[in-house]
Design a protein around this ligand. Structure first.
Ligand code: PEP
Length: 252
């Protein structure tokens, strides 16, 4: 799975140009979905262009909101609305949402549950900040973020299969400093083992894919994607250029 996360970038024109270029430049393999996450205001437009182009690109939402019972939320977007637009994937727990919007673990849990119940696939983002890394506390930090998955109570256990984890060290996001290969391999190995052993998903025969995100570019993508236990990429800045993103997809 290769994801283009456009964050707060783009226009109608650049969305259209990108979809047209990427559709003709990538060789889509079913085992490696190509997911485009434009800003929310362009989701419907992107969906329509993809349908018209007969493109194999899938659409993902960068956000979803959750409001607790009896609370109204001006500007909110629910999983049901996203499903209605034909959206298949949702990013949940991106560090920018956790930090800037004070997204709590409780809210993240509810968002994932609602998404699964609406049959959407969830990309659950986790990752440590630089202080945690420097204190050698990455595994403890990630285990607390992964424990959110243990709280989930979807209407059916089988829906947990629609979860993918994206490991995105915060210090690597948008900084131009990707994590070293060894660090990525060790961290992905830890994440998979924790989910298998501590969350006991192995007992359910559920082994989520783990993506890497954080300053992936054309120069480092091959080394990262070929690393043990790396099952895909979540790409921010480098995804904005259709040529660069297409090359990264084709190399992955
Ligand atoms: C991201 O947006 O999640 C991301 C990884 O960004 P970048 O590739 O620019 O570091």
């Amino acid at each position: 799975m290769i994801i283009a996360n456009w964050k707060m970038n783009g226009t109608r024109r650049s969305v259209a140009t990108w979809i047209e270029a990427v559709t003709s430049n990538i060789n889509v393999k079913n085992i490696n979905p190509c997911i485009f996450c434009p800003p929310t205001c362009y989701l419907e437009y992107a969906r329509r262009l993809i349908d018209e182009n007969g493109s194999s690109i899938e659409i993902g939402s960068q956000i979803v909101n959750y409001s607790f019972e009896d609370e109204s939320l001006t500007g909110g977007i629910s999983t049901t609305m996203l499903k209605d637009l034909g959206i298949k994937y949702i990013l949940v727990g991106h560090s920018e949402q956790r930090n800037f919007l004070n997204e709590s673990k409780n809210v993240i849990t509810k968002k994932i549950e609602e998404a699964l119940d609406d049959e959407l696939s969830v990309i659950y983002c986790i990752g440590e900040d630089i202080d945690t890394k420097n204190k050698n506390e990455t595994h403890l930090f990630l285990s607390e973020q992964l424990d959110v998955l243990a709280q989930l109570q979807p209407t059916h256990e089988d829906k947990l299969r629609s979860i993918t984890v994206a490991y995105e060290p915060i210090w690597a996001i948008g900084s131009g400093l990707n994590a070293e290969k060894d660090y990525i391999v060790k961290t992905h190995e830890f994440i998979k083992k924790y989910i298998n052993d501590h969350l006991e998903w192995g007992r359910l025969d559920i082994y989520p894919a783990v993506l890497y995100g954080g300053s992936v570019n054309l120069g480092n993508c091959e080394e990262i994607i070929s690393s043990t236990d790396v099952d895909g990429l979540l790409i921010g800045g480098a995804s904005l250029n259709s040529e660069t993103f297409s090359k990264i997809y084709n190399l992955s």
